[in-house]
Design a protein around this ligand. Sequence first.
Ligand code: SF4
Length: 301
Amino acid sequence: MLKEKIAVIKKERNAVILAHNYQEGDIQDVADFTGDSLGLARAAQKTDAKVILFCGVHFMAETAAMLCPDKTVLIPDLAAGCSLADMIIPEQIKTWRMKYPEGLVACYVNTSAAVKAECDVCVTSTNAIKVIESLPADKDILFVPDYYLGSYVKAKTKRKIHLWKGYCPAHMAILPEQIDKLMEEHPQAEFLMHPECGCTTKQMHLADQVLSTEGMVQHVRGSGSKEFIVATENGLLNRMRTQFPEKQFYPASEHASCHHMQRNTLEKAFMSLVNMKHVVTVPPEIAKRAVKPIERMLEIA
Ligand code: SF4
């Protein structure tokens, strides 16, 4: 019933619904596009709709607002933030730059627009290695804010990367002991790991694939395996189970869920379109600077 009402109001508002892979299944069901941060940013750029209902967290809606200044970007719950993004503020980057004036700052897309405005290039978990490899080899690079993704990229690229000690609590909940137990219980299962996982540094050698959420979906599509242990936020399993009902998916931890993502519900998504709330905007002087590292990333990858 609510899903039908959403379809009607969506049409009236000339809106498109974008949902992150970590959103609950009901929201993914009504979305025009479900994907990871990079996919959603691209979908926002491509749409002709006047309104974007962004079912994800605040920094993602900010990115859409900066890339689509002529559209109205809504988020169902304004309090849907990101604990990882909150672990760095612009002043901390300015302090690092005073010490390394020739250095470059790469920010994970999980950062506020105000932080992005202080950075040279943006990355997602899909393209981080490619983007870092495109930077001059002799430069010191500060990678913010995720320590585990940064460690993974540092190990793969061998660049002079200074790691910020931020982390995602949902991915931190995935522990090495749980992975060992699941691998024992399901010896035929492939182990797919997101690079934000707290156990990345210890368990990376066990992973069949270290992938972004979108990379995981693509991998499952092309794999002959029937079972998968999935180490990321558990919302992704909704999408995997819907798209690949013939395959089995085991969450690496029952506790790997993001309370920010869960703030968005189907009801709030509906009310958001009814009331045209909550509009996400970025002050023009910040947007002008913050959009540059995003565009640089989109050019590279
Ligand atoms: S899962 Fe972690 S990184 Fe993603 S939005 Fe939630 S807190 Fe942020």
